[in-house]
Design a protein around this ligand. Sequence first.
Ligand SMILES: Cc1cc2nc3c(=O)[nH]c(=O)nc-3n(C[C@H](O)[C@H](O)[C@H](O)COP(=O)(O)OP(=O)(O)OC[C@H]3O[C@@H](n4cnc5c(N)ncnc54)[C@H](O)[C@@H]3O)c2cc1C
Length: 428
Amino acid sequence: MKPAQVIIAGGGIGGLSLALSLHQAGIRGCVYEAVRDPLPLGVGINLQPSAVRELTELGLGDSLAHIGIGTRRLNLCNKIGQLIHSEPRGLAAGYRWPQISIHRGELQSVLLRAARERIGDGNIRTGAKLRSFEQRGESVRARFSDGESGSERVEEADILVGADGIHSAVRRQVYPDEGEPRFAHQILWRAAVEAEPFLDGQTIVIAGHFDQRIIVYPIRKVAGGKLLTNWICQMTVPGQAQLPENWNRRVEKEKVLSAFERWRFPWLDFPTLIERSPSIFEFPLVDRDPVPAWSFGRVTLLGDAAHPMQPVGGQAGSQAILDARTLARALIETVDPVAALKRYDAERRPTMNDLILRNRNLGPEAAMQLVEERAPNGFARIEDVISRHELDAIVKSFSAAAGLDVESVNHRPSYLVASARIIPTSPF
Ligand SMILES: Cc1cc2nc3c(=O)[nH]c(=O)nc-3n(C[C@H](O)[C@H](O)[C@H](O)COP(=O)(O)OP(=O)(O)OC[C@H]3O[C@@H](n4cnc5c(N)ncnc54)[C@H](O)[C@@H]3O)c2cc1C
């Protein structure tokens, strides 16, 4: 029997994807979001083909194609901009769905708009912060408070899903001793700026090494042939104390420029991107240790609440969407809701726990660190520094572990759409 009612705590990428997936599965879900007026916050985020497939099967492919950029290549470079490795991505790599680089806030707006239209405004309750929950027999009671008025309400449902991000209140209740996220002693400076296209205008570049690197990719077309370009600087900061994880904390341009003033490449003038950026945000590199369970009776975790990971390989948003689809399928295919949550946990948690640990070891960017150690002043021929075999081993092992290999994405059955036709979104 399908559950009659699901409470989703958190209206971010994962929570909204779940609301839409439950609707598609014929299950009633209601989203409770702590923020009263969700704004399109954040900068760039990457949607892997596996996640684009899911959003396409939710009927959102065209909207995403309209506001994102179809990524065609990933280039790994050293700190002076020499090419170490280049590989096709998305459609160019043989996936039936594109990889899309997109503004995180605009993605959230697309999901929110679709959710409001499909499940109704009344089932998206903002200004409702989950405080605690209690399981009683065959139901869950969740207590919410309104940050502004302080008023409280209690809601009851068959299932509660904690999609409430890295500081999840649901996770805190099931793991009360866990404490704060784990700081990796690196910081991220992030911004989005209108700029001339670099390379083919559809490439993600990662340049540098473990202690200092940049990640640059376009996320939207803008007027005059320019592209809204997302950039991230990632730096080791050995003695620095943990910074609070606030997506909106700004940092002074001069601080970023002084660390990256020499990063001018023939194909990208990075200091100019920094100089022209309207605002730069600072965020600590954090994650949490894997946990031994996500599902506890009628309560489970999803997205960053379940597997907060370092942003290596552009995985967090995509994996939250895959969690949502897997959970919705488990709920329609398993009679008992408690068994359905266990099945979801068993299907998703081992891979995500593995990914958390792999991301701490750099993922595909491990190749850049090897090159830095072997040729810190650059190279004449990359083959003299790292063999093709070594490069392939690093890059492919990550893709397979994350469930990103072309075969699995293209040929696995649809999670929810029985007669899903495989149609790539158009303009890529
Ligand atoms: C404001 C913001 C900006 C971000 N910007 C970027 C970015 O630029 N690039 C990037 O790669 N990733 C960004 N992220 C993280 C990224 O969205 C996630 O890593 C990923 O998409 C997984 O999504 P999620 O739904 O699990 O978590 P999130 O997207 O973090 O969503 C969690 C949601 O839960 C809400 N919430 C939190 N606590 C409660 C509570 N107690 N009760 C109810 N609701 C609650 C939050 O307000 C939020 O809307 C951002 C996250 C946020 C919240």
